[in-house]
Design a protein around this ligand. Structure first.
Ligand SMILES: CC(C)(COP(=O)(O)OP(=O)(O)OC[C@H]1O[C@@H](n2cnc3c(N)ncnc32)[C@H](O)[C@@H]1OP(=O)(O)O)[C@@H](O)C(=O)NCCC(=O)NCCS
Length: 205
């Protein structure tokens, strides 16, 4: 476990609060239709269904998964990155069936700039039914409440309309287009950057 950092202020020591202190909280969340919980290797089959779907992976820099083994590795990666405090990724479980239908979370924690990056994906059978808005509303509330984060950012391909609409609905601002920013599917592509500041969030809620 990572040790707490202390600074000396006069004769007293004061503990510095880290963004990754959020991992010490109870991260289990509930919305009306979903449970947001840790992902484990028991989710391998559901992870495979999501990440092997070409429609879901269309704008990802990962190829659609072709084997259950690859899905198991991804589940292990989510599990380990939670333990290592490098990514807080929730599995989105449908309350009525306990099926995992997507994931969302934050990663790339930057302690000095008090920021992190948002990522998410939902199985295609469950899209356009408000699930990700529901999940991210709960996730953002939890994140802003439980750590000193100031900025959450998201990187989206210009053609990914549903992702951009989702971010705008949640209060994110499109801050610009990064030119020839990433190599994806063999080409250098543009990426739109979206940001949500703590002030933006608190002024909406
Ligand atoms: C992006 C994604 C997570 C959206 O999840 P979702 O649950 O379908 O989104 P919601 O139903 O909560 O919709 C949010 C808003 O997005 C818009 N939207 C949703 N689906 C849309 C579609 N197919 N076309 C256009 N807009 C769409 C709507 O404006 C909606 O707002 P409204 O409900 O007020 O009309 C989902 O489409 C997905 O997983 N895509 C593939 C993976 C991906 O691209 N991840 C992000 C990488 S940056």
């Amino acid at each position: 476990m990572r040790k707490a950092i202390f600074v000396r202020l006069g004769r007293k020591k004061k503990r510095i609060i880290m963004l990754t202190d959020i991992f010490e909280k109870d991260t289990l969340l509930e919305t009306s239709r979903l449970r947001l919980r840790k992902i484990t290797t028991a989710d391998t089959q559901d992870i495979f269904e999501i990440f092997s779907d070409r429609q879901v992976m269309k704008y990802y820099d990962l190829l659609p998964f072709e084997s259950i083994q690859r899905a198991r590795e991804q589940a292990e990666f989510f599990e380990k990155s939670f333990e290592d405090k490098t990514m807080l990724r929730w599995g989105l479980e449908l309350k009525e069936s306990c099926k995992l239908i997507g994931t969302c979370g934050i990663f790339n924690f930057n302690e000095s700039a008090l920021k992190a990056e948002l990522g998410y994906e939902l199985g295609s059978a469950y899209q356009s039914a408000g699930f990700m808005s529901e999940a991210l509303s709960a996730a953002l509330e939890f994140i802003f409440k439980n750590c000193g984060i100031n900025r959450i950012e998201a990187y989206v391909e210009p053609q990914n309309v549903s992702s951009q609409k989702l971010l705008e609905k949640l209060g994110f601002t499109k801050e610009g287009t990064l030119r020839q920013y990433e190599r994806c599917r063999g080409e250098l592509i543009e990426i739109c950057i979206y940001g949500l500041l703590r002030n933006d969030y608190t002024s909406r809620t």
